[in-house]
Structure formats: C-alpha cells, structure tokens
Design a protein around this ligand. Structure first.
Ligand SMILES: [Zn+2]
Length: 412
C-alpha cells in the first residue's frame, strides 16, 4: 500500500488508489484532527444502476472498532471488497455496518456485506420501522391531489414517448436529482430485489438522535429521506445524501405514515411533517450548519468528480437552504405568470431541462411538489383539486411567509 501525493490532493487526504474521473474505484485515507483514521472507497454502481452521481463513497472508520458507513448498491459488493483489499483489509475486519439512509445506492449492499463479514447492522430506528414496507406502500400517491396529478402526468408522458432512465435534473450551479432518483428507477435485477433485501434485513442496533459511540456522534437529519443520519467524528461530518458537493439532494415530499405503521412509531415521529418533506429537510440543514465551523463534509457522492476533489464544509448546508429559498421564489413567479397546474409550473421551474421523458418529468414534478407543500403550509398558496377535470390549480394567497420561514434558517 503506497500513499500518493499530488498537488490537487487536499491537506489531510492520502490517495491510495486513483480511479476514474468521477471517483469510481478510488481509495483514500483521511485522518481527523483527533487522530482517528478514516478510509474512503468510491464504490462503483452495478451495471444496471444510474451512473449520474458516480460512485457511492463508503467510509471505513477506525474508532472504537471498525465501522463501515454505506456499503453501496445491491450488486456492488465486489467493488467494495476490492477497495478494502487495497487498504489491506477484508470484510471480516469490520465490526459494524451503518447505513446513512434507506436508498438502495446506500443500503442495498447491506445483506451481501453482512453475510460476507459477520458485521452487525446498524441503522436509524425509522429505517427499521419502514423496512417491512415496500416503497409502494410507503409512498402513496392517493393521499394528495398533487401526487395523483404527478402520477397522471408521468403516465401520460410514458404512454406518449420512449422510456428512458438515468441522469439527473440539473441546473447550472446546483443540480437536483439522484440521489432520490435511483430508488425510483424501475427495472434491473438490483431494483427488483431491493424491497426483499430491505424487508429481510434485521437491524442489530437501531440508532436514535444523539447516540454516541467512541468519538462518533449520530445525528438524525431527516428530509432528503426520513431515516437519514449524519455522523460526526471530530472535524469530519459524514453526510450521506443530506449535504452533497456540486448538487442539491432531492428533498422528499411530505408523505404521511400509513396508519398501521404510524401506530407502531415512537411518539416523536407521529407528526410525519417532522421527517418528510422540504421543511424537515431545511431544518436538518440548519441543524448541521450550527454544529460548528471548519467541519469537512465527507459526502456519499461527488467527493471526487471531474478529476478533482470537491471538498466542502458546513457552509454548503447554508448554500443549500438559500438554493431552496430561490426555488420557492421561482415557483411563485411561475404561478404568478399563469403556470397554475403542476406540469406547466414544473416545466417553468425546470425550464433549463427538456424533461422529455416520464422519469425526468416526474422527478422534477416531485421536487416542485416539495416546494408547493412548503408554500401551502406557510399560508402562501392554496392547492385546488379541479373536480371533473384533470389537474390541480395552484393559487397564490398574496402572502410571502415562506421567505421568513426559510430566511430564518439562513445564517446572516
Ligand atoms: Zn438518497
């Protein structure tokens, strides 16, 4: 194992193996200011997965035993094991595998890894609570006219045109899309097996906010997904998909918990709005921003891309909040301009993207809905279910309370 120095390698990082320009196959080391050793492996997705975000970065943390954070996609175990080998390690050296959240490019590899290693499996307690449910059971379109409409416009587009998947919904400086895309990407062996993998996996330790282990602290940071964890170790924060360089993670929509699930949840999750949707996401970003200064983000995607490290810090959380405030402004402008149904509003908001297939259109519509929901909750918008006709009608109330709601979360 030989370290490599290179002028573009940030201080504190050693590259053990260079990989592709997007980070596929890279293996690095980082040492925290407190002296804990961390290894990062760019775990390449399997052939049938979206490659829009490059690898899932798996981190191996040597602190109170060995912790692996995010084994990657179902089907990518070989890439992970190969990365461990470069580090002179093998799966059985890992004591516990932790997943940052329940998306298949993060937790899909858990079964293969647990079987090969004998490691314990740790996840947030909501991951455990959700795992018996398929995405179809959790993410119900029928509970909101907006989601009924999103399904309708997706089906209309699917009937009209070729079926294409992959890529991301993007803008110039902040791109939104996968993560969040891939779990909805149908087809392929990995996706077909994913619900079975989740439901069959037993959690050895269900994590709650504030749990400490060695020098690590686990924080519950819901919003991109309800069971999202951010892990702090000294001056490093492992952010999963909560905070990413280059792109803005897809916020979830404000789903409600199915009644049979809700009755089993601890009281702190009974208000689903605390864990699902854009407001939950922005609150979690604010919380991470307030953790302190000089924290280095170790993200699950885009640590390295376009042949360079894309290092970022807690300030990226504030940037992401500001991005969503601007997106709310743009949505208000679109509706003011007469784009009052979901598809026209979405197309106006994402006018820099062609949205020529069902997958990209629905992905963009779901992000639009996240913003509509926040405006609705803030009293700035009313959603009318247009009876007897397709579609919804988005109506502005004239107030702009969202500017104060979100503005209060952006550091001055
Ligand atoms: Zn995700």
């Amino acid at each position: 194992m030989t370290g490599t120095t290179h002028p573009d390698v940030p201080a504190g990082i050693t590259v053990h193996r260079w990989g592709a320009g997007n980070g596929d196959g890279m293996v690095i080391d980082v040492v925290t200011r407190g002296g804990s050793r961390v290894h990062g492996i760019g775990v390449e997705p399997p052939a049938d997965a979206s490659r829009a975000n490059g690898p899932t970065w798996a981190y191996v943390i040597e602190d109170d035993g060995v912790t692996l954070v995010d084994p990657g996609h179902l089907g990518s175990f070989g890439f992970l094991a190969d990365g461990l080998k470069v580090l002179g390690m093998k799966p059985s050296d890992v004591d516990r595998v932790v997943v940052t959240h329940g998306h298949w490019d993060h937790d899909g590899g858990v079964v293969e890894f647990a079987e090969a290693s004998g490691a314990e499996f740790w996840a947030h307690e909501l991951w455990r609570a959700y795992s018996p449910y398929s995405y179809g059971q959790l993410l119900r379109a029928d509970e909101s006219p907006l989601r009924v409409e999103m399904t309708r416009i997706g089906e209309r587009m699917r009937d009209a045109g070729p079926r294409r998947y992959g890529g991301s919904v993007s803008s110039k400086s902040n791109r939104t899309g996968e993560p969040g895309d891939s779990e909805r990407k149908p087809g392929g062996s990995g996706r077909d097996n994913y619900d079975a993998v989740r439901s069959g996996m037993k959690v050895d330790h269900a994590l709650v906010d504030g749990f400490k282990q060695g020098s690590m602290e686990y924080l519950h940071t819901p919003g991109h997904w309800p069971d999202e964890l951010t892990i702090r170790l000294g001056d490093l924060i492992f952010t999963g998909d909560h905070i990413l360089p280059e792109i803005t993670p897809h916020p979830s929509m404000a789903y409600k918990h199915p009644a049979n699930l809700a009755s089993t949840l601890p009281a702190r999750y009974r208000d689903a709005g605390e864990v699902w949707g854009l407001r939950a996401y922005l609150n979690s970003l604010h919380r991470v921003y307030k953790l302190g200064r000089g924290l280095t983000v170790m993200p699950a995607h885009r640590l390295f891309n376009r042949d360079q490290f894309r290092m970022t810090d807690e300030g990226r959380a504030a940037e992401t909040i500001a991005f969503h405030l601007e997106r709310c402004d743009a949505l208000v402008k679109a509706i003011d301009g007469g784009h009052t149904d979901l598809e026209p509003a979405t197309r106006e908001l994402f006018s820099y993207r062609p949205l020529t297939d069902s997958y990209h259109l629905m992905s963009a519509a779901s992000e639009t809905i996240s913003h509509v929901e926040l405006l609705e909750e803030s009293g700035d918008m009313v959603v009318h279910d247009v009876e007897g006709a397709d579609g919804v009608r988005l109506e502005l109330t004239g107030s702009r309370n969202y500017r104060d709601v979100i503005g209060a979360l952006i550091p001055g």
